[in-house]
Design a protein around this ligand. Structure first.
Ligand SMILES: [Zn+2]
Length: 309
């Protein structure tokens, strides 16, 4: 379907359901579910025996089945990842991330961000993994990467594949997605992030979130963060972010491998921000549900779903 036909179809569906076409309308309202993972670390298969209480949990096939079921049951869904897809099993050593990204496309991810381990084989192999995912023949479109605090001037092949933010539009609802990554120092060997600069995540987020709100007129702002849950003030983290960057509704976190059964609610000037993170290794799928009316969140809730056979 071309763009015009798609918009016409969307318009028809919108009229039929009496929902406004654009979230920027004063009467914008709707529901959306965010499904999310973080730090999956090349856990293609479930954890094998001998892994304590993780034994038998997780696995990409199981995740794909659950996502498919939820997409059939629910309204609009976005499937998101907070980085560190790479490193952790022989699958990574053998396929260098190509398999992880290809399977993520097959499972139906919409967007992800970059963690420190995603640079473990250097920029060129990271780009190769992204390119292999783009070239896959599959009905699902390639998923997108978002980050607003890396400066890719010296790494254009990667830069053209990572956007500072993106918008996803649903009938009656516009969602803005952006992402932030942790500082390289002490985590990524200098030759593996050659050409990429790191900037303060809060300072980088502020103008992006403001643009999403004021120019792009989104109804919901979601940050994919690979900073970590709580660094007690020693570095930027997810818990401090809502107080430092106005206008964020949801933070999907990673890096600290923190398992939150339900998202932490952090009060901020506009209301509250939900901060989520679901452990590591694909053992859980996170879920957050938002009900919006007149461009503002009216109700939000979330929970981790354990991936058990
Ligand atoms: Zn990790």
């Amino acid at each position: 379907m071309d763009r015009r036909a798609f918009l016409a179809a969307l318009g028809a569906a919108t009229v039929a359901s009496h929902l406004p076409l654009r979230g920027s309308d004063a009467a914008a309202s709707g529901r959306i579910t965010l499904l999310h993972t973080n730090d999956t670390h090349s856990r293609i298969e479930p954890f094998g025996p001998g892994n304590g209480n993780l034994s038998g949990l997780g696995g990409m096939a199981r995740r794909g089945t659950l996502v498919k079921q939820l997409r059939q049951q629910l309204g609009p869904v976005l499937l998101l990842d907070a980085g560190d897809t790479f490193q952790g099993t022989p699958y990574f050593n053998r396929y260098q991330g190509r398999l992880d990204y290809q399977l993520m496309r097959m499972v139906g991810y919409d967007a992800g961000t970059l963690g420190n381990h995603d640079f473990d084989n250097g920029v060129d192999l990271l780009v190769e993994a992204m390119a292999s995912m783009e070239q896959l023949k599959h009905p699902n479109p390639p998923f997108s990467f978002v980050n607003c605090n890396f400066d890719f001037k010296g790494a254009p092949a990667l830069g053209k594949r990572v956007r500072p933010y993106l918008i996803r539009e649903f009938p009656g609802l516009r969602v803005g997605l952006t992402g932030v990554g942790v500082a390289f120092a002490g985590l990524v060997a200098p030759k593996n992030h050659e050409g990429i600069g790191w900037r303060d995540p809060y300072e980088s987020l502020r103008p992006v979130v403001q643009r999403l709100r004021d120019v792009e007129k989104v109804d919901l702002v979601v940050v994919l963060s690979h900073l970590g849950y709580n660094l007690n003030g020693s570095a930027p983290d997810d818990l401090q972010m809502p107080g430092r960057v106005p206008g964020i509704d949801a933070i999907i976190g990673g890096h600290s491998h923190t398992f939150l059964e339900t998202p932490t609610r952090v009060a901020q000037a506009r209301g509250e921000t939900l901060v989520a993170q679901v452990g590591f290794g694909g053992v859980n799928l996170g879920r957050m549900d938002f009900a919006l009316a007149r461009g503002a969140v009216r109700a939000a809730s979330g929970a981790a779903i354990q991936l058990v056979g």
